[in-house]
Design a protein. Structure first.
Lengths: 330, 520
């Protein structure tokens, strides 16, 4: 049995080439450098930027987005995506608030909110896998329906006067760090490791790379897809609960447009609509990067309208650069 | 259960027994009362034209389809195989013709797709790598299993694919054209592996079009035709000729006569065409009325060469002359204006609009022929489509039938007809009969020869060496981006071409065939 052995005989390229290649291959490195660059430049331009209160504000502000991006990044890797996350966030925030007003214990109300998010996710999953509806259309539909339900339930008003204890999740600190931020970081680390190292989540990349091949490899494509949509729903609902706790009100208009911000951040972080690639860490760094750019511009008193233009530019250049490098490498 | 079975003792129960299995999709009967069995330690080949029911048989055993009638027995136990993962748990592994690997993921992970060894759900990477290395070592393939599959040559990927099926400890292995991407020495190595598997009592169902390989590796051959079983015989009691005759059912297509040595003017002359890092110093010419074949193995860059010729891959250096005039195409439209036609290899992804009608597909490359003042002329389109259907005897319900609903052979005919109707001076065809049945192949060959006789210059790129030998007057052999041979068909045998394509023979460029410049 002598087969042509394809031994590793390629000589190691010079160090600089290898470093460059690492940056091209590992999006996280590029983002970390860019983030560090922003911090260094801003630290010299605006002394308030480096203050704890500013970092705190940025971290708390981006926590819901960062939690949702976990689900979105996994969905993107599987070749799917979900536009309904912003609406699910609003729906869970209002439903949890309304349940709390009925006197339901806080943990139970939160769990109900998360389950609700999971249910919307399962509906998305079944529409996409069972009925074969394109994820864009299916989740566009549930996005509208979930938002509509939140508005109908509240007649468009925010639900406030929540029990003071509910504020703990969104406002309390542990060891000087906001609970909300700690929870976000914990989830990011947990899911990043899970996606890299657990059997269940490794299946996601097979499905994203080639759905049919995954099926023929004995992977339960439909089951995995539905679970991923449910997970994304639960994470979106969690973001809604955190927001409700921070604002101490359930807001039916919360998270409007967040789905596109999340998608943009995930793609900047290395995910692709083609599926099969991307990491949670990358997507999270994408969120941090976008949040810092926004923060920088706010501090320099750049109009909010200009910020939209800049973020759009960043998104397109990130993807364009990626495509350029890919075509160069053949 | 039944008395007749008790009175018929066998040494060991068959791994697989299909008992009068039928399968229909809607009104379409694809399997009709097929009996088939596989014993431990046996290679049982399954032959038939496309559409004969081979892949459906594999699908039934791998849980992709359920029979509409009859029984599927594994180890004498009737089973209803619902999904591929169910089939795997019953000890059935399958390697499909199209590779099913995730390119960006590592070799090791691909082999154990979705079944990696874990501790509490967390993948045990060192163990995964160790197992993958061990498995590949059985094939004599020593590679870094943590590298992405994309970084391997195609042939190694095929080995990874087979290793993946074996990683299940399957007792039954279903192989669908496993050698389509392999070089001869790799085929030998694969066969060694298969023999060592059968020694361990594994049974193999071997689907292939390559008669020579079937007769080398198999113990028995079953021939299917139109969903019915025609025969099951030990290879010692049949012959390649007999199997082919049974496959096509008596309708022997006559031996095709290859195109004559053409004496027409030089239509295409390629001189020192190079594309850095892709191919190098390619020179040849084609005369009017001549069919020239281009042979090579996977990864020889034949496709890149012809795509450079028609403007689909800009950046090449060197000279190209059409009818003696220098040309340089930077897009396909330019090539088309110079009367060049190009039929690509992948009909489903490159050649056809599967959801569009047969007539729309036919006119896609010649819209302006059917337009008056910017308005499409329906009568003219219908006329052209009807002509093409008749010329190629396409089996379709009408000109408005969706192309995706046609069989592979008929799709291939449509793709070819789309370019032939432009009557180009030079037609470049990639894999003209890939995955089509014997009948369609015969018709396609006949049509190509007829057009060549009418003065068309045709360049055929094919991995099917017998096809090239029977069609072309000359054969260009490409290996690793270089022209290794330009040989007259009379001197070419399958063996010679294969040796050159594999890079194991000395280059042979016949001087008489490398005339450059206009000779008209």
């Amino acid at each position: 049995m002598t087969m042509v052995a394809h031994a590793d005989t390629t000589p190691k390229p010079p160090l600089i080439r290898r470093i460059l290649k690492a940056f091209v291959d590992i999006r996280e490195l590029t983002l970390i450098v860019l983030i560090a660059l922003i911090i260094i430049v801003m630290a010299n331009v605006n002394p308030y930027f480096l203050s704890l209160s500013n970092f705190r504000a940025v971290a708390v502000g981006m926590a819901p987005t960062a939690i949702i991006v976990i689900g979105m990044a996994i969905l993107l890797a599987s070749g799917g995506f979900d536009l309904s996350v912003g609406s699910v966030m609003a729906l869970s925030s209002t439903v949890v608030a309304m349940l709390l007003l009925t006197g339901m214990p806080i943990p139970l109300a939160v769990v109900c909110g998360l389950i609700l998010g999971g249910v919307v996710g399962v509906v998305n999953g079944v529409l996409v896998t069972g009925l074969g509806i394109n994820p864009l259309i299916a989740t566009l539909g549930t996005m509208s329906i979930a938002r509509g339900i939140a508005l109908v339930l509240t007649e468009g008003f925010s639900v406030s006067s929540l029990p003071p204890a509910f504020a703990w999740i969104g406002k309390a600190d542990i060891g000087g760090l906001p609970v909300m931020v700690l929870l976000t970081v914990l989830l990011v680390i947990l899911f990043d490791l899970a996606v890299r190292h657990t059997r269940f989540f490794r299946q996601v990349y097979f499905i994203g790379a080639n759905e049919k091949a995954a099926m023929l490899s004995g992977i339960h494509v439909t089951r995995v897809r539905i679970i991923l949509y449910a997970l994304t729903g639960v994470l979106a609902a969690l973001a809604g609960v955190l927001l409700a706790s921070r604002l101490m009100s359930g807001t039916p208009t919360a998270g409007n447009g967040i789905e596109l911000q999340v998608l943009a951040a995930a793609v900047i972080g290395g995910a692709s609509l083609r599926g099969g690639e991307g990491t949670i860490l990358g997507a999270f760094l994408g969120v941090v990067f976008v949040a810092l750019i926004n923060n920088t511009m706010t501090m320099q008193a750049v109009s909010i309208y200009w910020q939209m233009i800049v973020i759009g530019g960043v998104l397109v250049s990130a993807v364009a650069l990626d495509m350029l490098i890919r075509s160069k490498r053949g | 259960m039944s008395l007749s079975l008790l009175g018929n003792p066998s040494v060991s129960p068959p791994l697989i027994r299909l008992d009068r299995v039928s399968k229909s999709f809607g009104m379409n009967v694809v399997l009709d009362g097929v009996d088939f069995d596989l014993h431990p330690g046996e290679v049982h080949a399954l032959c038939g034209e496309n559409g004969a029911g081979k892949s459906t048989c594999l699908g039934l055993l791998y849980g992709l389809h359920q029979p509409s009638g009859g029984r599927v027995l594994l180890n004498d136990k009737e089973e209803r195989i619902d999904t591929p993962s169910h089939a795997q748990s019953l000890g059935v592994g399958c390697v499909f013709q199209e590779l099913s690997l995730a390119g960006a993921l590592s070799v090791a992970e691909n082999i154990y797709a979705g079944r990696a060894p874990t501790h509490f759900g967390v993948v045990d990477w060192p163990e995964l790598r160790r197992r993958a290395e061990e498995l590949l070592a059985e094939f004599g393939l020593r590679i870094d299993v943590s590298k992405p599959v994309d970084s391997l040559p195609i042939s190694s990927r095929q080995i990874v694919e087979i290793a993946k099926a074996l990683s299940l400890n399957s007792r039954i292995l279903l192989l669908d054209e496993p050698t389509s991407a392999l070089a001869p020495d790799e085929v030998d190595a694969l066969f060694d592996v298969l023999r060592s598997l059968t020694k361990k009592g594994i049974g193999i169902v071997y689907v292939s079009h390559h008669m020579a390989e079937i007769f080398r590796i198999s113990d028995r051959v079953t021939v299917l035709r139109d969903g019915r079983k025609i025969s099951t015989l030990p290879v010692s009691e049949t012959s390649q000729e007999q199997v082919v005759a049974e496959m096509i059912g008596g309708a022997h297509p006559d031996e095709i006569n290859r195109s004559e040595d053409a004496t027409g003017e030089v239509v295409l002359d390629v001189n020192k065409l190079s594309h850095p890092g892709v191919f190098d110093d390619i020179s040849f010419s084609i005369k009017a009325g001549e069919i020239v074949g281009m042979a090579g193995l996977m990864g020889a860059r034949r496709s890149e060469i012809v795509r450079s010729l028609v403007g689909l891959m800009p950046g090449a250096t060197g000279n190209i002359h059409m009818h003696g005039q220098p040309v340089k195409f930077t897009c396909l439209r330019q090539a088309m204006r110079h009367s060049v036609g190009f039929v690509p290899e992948e009909r489903k992804t490159e050649g056809l609009f599967l959801e569009q009608s047969l007539s729309d597909n036919l006119i896609a490359a010649s819209l302006s022929d059917h337009t008056r003042l910017g308005v499409m002329r329906r009568a003219s389109i219908k006329g052209a489509a009807t002509t093409a259907i008749d010329a190629f005897s396409v089996k379709a319900s009408g000109v408005s039938e969706e192309v995706g609903a046609l069989s592979g052979g008929n799709q291939q005919k449509i793709m070819l007809a789309k370019w032939l109707k432009r009557a180009p001076d030079l037609l470049i065809v990639e894999e003209p009969t890939k995955g089509v049945d014997v009948g369609a192949k015969f018709q396609i060959h006949t049509e190509l020869l007829r057009r060549a006789a009418d003065g068309m210059a045709i360049l055929v790129v094919s991995s099917d060496f017998p096809e090239l030998l029977s069609l072309s007057s000359r054969i260009l052999v490409v290996h690793d981006g270089q022209l290794k041979g330009d040989i007259a068909a009379q001197e070419a045998t399958e063996d010679v071409v294969l040796q050159m394509a594999a890079g194991t023979a000395a280059p042979s460029i016949a001087p008489s065939n490398t005339i450059t410049g206009a000779t008209s």
